[in-house]
Design a protein around this ligand. Sequence first.
Ligand SMILES: CC(C)(COP(=O)(O)OP(=O)(O)OC[C@H]1O[C@@H](n2cnc3c(N)ncnc32)[C@H](O)[C@@H]1OP(=O)(O)O)[C@@H](O)C(=O)NCCC(=O)NCCS
Length: 231
Amino acid sequence: MASNEVHIWFDSLDVSRQILAERYAVLNGEERARARRYGHDKVRERFVAGRGWLRCLLASYLGCEPGDVEFGTGPHGKPFLVDDAGSGLSFNLAHSGGMAVCAIGWDRRVGVDIEEIRPDRATDELAKRFFAAGEWQALAALPARERVVAFFRCWSRKEAFIKAIGEGLSFPLEAFEVSLGPGEPPALLTIRGDTEAARHWSLHELPAPAGYVSALAVDGPAPVVLQPSTN
Ligand SMILES: CC(C)(COP(=O)(O)OP(=O)(O)OC[C@H]1O[C@@H](n2cnc3c(N)ncnc32)[C@H](O)[C@@H]1OP(=O)(O)O)[C@@H](O)C(=O)NCCC(=O)NCCS
């Protein structure tokens, strides 16, 4: 495994009863208790499908049993591997609707996001509230037919970045700016007005299934992004 690679995996969270039972079987007590707290069946099943899938995926890299994968949690909730063997493996998971994406890297921070493209959610009000001024202006300058996808492109890139640094929404969304225009290379443009700091990161648009957009944020030199299932 080359350390300049980042591996990307997509999976459906709507799985058969049998697969769901297999995924549930590898969860620990805490994860099962969390699953029980979800009142809505679909939400519970998708959580079980996603967490079980994550355990199976990580176990295949670590050469262990899925049930033996041990997670820790960062100060803002980012799960990480308790890595006694020193594999250096890092990961991040995201889900939206019935799809999940997982990024796996080595000795670097990774963040992913996936968003179902829902035109009713791509409102000017949300863009003004969550996007940096430059992003909002770039979005408003686009022809109306390109705005919905650009909105979710921007959203997924921003979320991938706050997930890579592990801070989630405790990092102010207006404090950094990403590219969003069609045909524009994915990039982190500034962090608190600092373009040099932004250059330490690369953003990548991922080949999401139809109806979704997905983004990856990675620190350090731009990685080779691979989808092992399809390569
Ligand atoms: C971390 C955060 C960004 C998660 O966002 P989300 O859209 O709810 O969920 P995602 O599907 O992208 O990611 C969830 C997964 O990320 C991981 N995660 C949790 N906290 C995390 C953190 N602080 N950093 C990175 N990853 C985190 C977990 O694996 C989680 O999976 P689980 O719920 O099955 O345990 C959260 O801070 C949040 O509440 N976001 C709200 C979305 C928003 O308003 N975004 C604005 C973008 S413009």
